[in-house]
Design a protein around this ligand. Sequence first.
Ligand SMILES: Cc1cc2nc3c(=O)[nH]c(=O)nc-3n(C[C@H](O)[C@H](O)[C@H](O)COP(=O)(O)OP(=O)(O)OC[C@H]3O[C@@H](n4cnc5c(N)ncnc54)[C@H](O)[C@@H]3O)c2cc1C
Length: 419
Amino acid sequence: MAAPHVVIIGGGFGGLFGARAFKHAPVEVTLIDRHNHHVFQPLLYQVATAGLSPGDIASPIRWILRRQKNVRVLLGEAQAIDVAAKRVTLDGGQSLTYDYLIVAAGADNSYFGHPEWAQFAPALKTLDDALRVRARMLLAYEVAEREADPAVRKRMLTSVIVGGGPTGVEMAGAIAEIAHQTLSDEFQSIRTAESRIVLAEAGPSILSAFPETLRNAARKSLQKLGVEVREKTAVTRIEHETVWLGDERIEAGTIIWAAGIAASPLGKTLGVPLDRAGRVLVHKDLTIPGHPEAFVVGDLASLTDQNGQPYPGVAQVAMQQAQQAARNVIRAIQGQPHAEFHYKNLGNMATIGRNSAIADLGWLRVSGFPAWLLWLFIHIVWLIGFRNRILVLVQWAGAYITYQRSVRLITGNLSRKDI
Ligand SMILES: Cc1cc2nc3c(=O)[nH]c(=O)nc-3n(C[C@H](O)[C@H](O)[C@H](O)COP(=O)(O)OP(=O)(O)OC[C@H]3O[C@@H](n4cnc5c(N)ncnc54)[C@H](O)[C@@H]3O)c2cc1C
């Protein structure tokens, strides 16, 4: 008899860890992703702020899984899932049938009903996004340097980051360091140290998932770097180089969106109930209603813990859910009932800049330099691929010693109107 066929959609944190969990299992796995590479999203902001190159934080999925002979990797976009026929339709009309399905298609950026803002305020989800942000930010300084009009200069030296979660905080801190340290002696006509960097958060506090002491420490660190932290401040409108915080209009050469994500539209094609954010409501064993052979994990799944709190959209949840889904597939093949998902929270961290971070490990809450060392260590350990770990370590050591950001390239013949 042929081995059961498991189709995994997505080669992000969920898909990859799901595939790996089948290493010694008697199954044939097909993993489909619309990109040929896995991206370590927690370090995307480093690519966007010229600290790392795309190749430092991403690796071909085919290469990552090369030693696992029961996995076939396909480059393609899953467009629809027919759960009754157990079939996935790909771009180009091809289709694949499965015995078991794990959907780990993650999330896309969401502009809260204003998709038109995307052209003015790029977000950070893919390598292409990060390169677009990098080009936009670097070009703003170039425009300011050759511009005689003080109003335009001021605009070009203003950055607004929308969203005070870890990504927004990390971006704001890195942009402040670039302006105040990295570029401070490279321009003749402008003083980059006079740049204005605004971090706007609609909720009562930045980093709402962290305890108050750590939030306060992070706010202080950002302010020390010269970032204006604006809490309880919702963005009401974004246009070309202009953003409205409530009624206040700010002209900004760089506007970055770090405020929201929406579940992948693939979830809808499953034909099962979704939550308000478009995520698929799954049972505690991560299957969808009526289909014990179909699992949804990671950012696309909606599930609450024993206290009724939703699991956060973080890498650890995606990895652990995918591993549980894979174990449940194996249990089903062995004739055993599925087990429920239980999350082991390993903690939360965010970095604010050089020597400054916050970490909440449950049993340990720490900020400043020790948290920053911990942040560095954890990110190196979790990066996929030995080569990437070495590359990132070398780049960070160089940056630490020289205060430089080595990847400040504006490529592709871009001008500001192109991006
Ligand atoms: C900028 C940023 C910073 C972050 N920082 C942190 C952090 O510091 N710590 C943390 O824990 N979490 C962080 N996260 C969140 C974390 O990355 C996500 O929770 C995690 O990636 C979710 O894993 P996933 O497998 O569900 O989705 P993803 O990892 O996003 O993977 C989804 C995959 O599916 C593919 N895909 C999507 N649709 C299709 C389709 N139709 N067909 C084929 N392939 C498809 C995509 O190409 C992608 O490879 C961050 C996220 C971002 C964007």
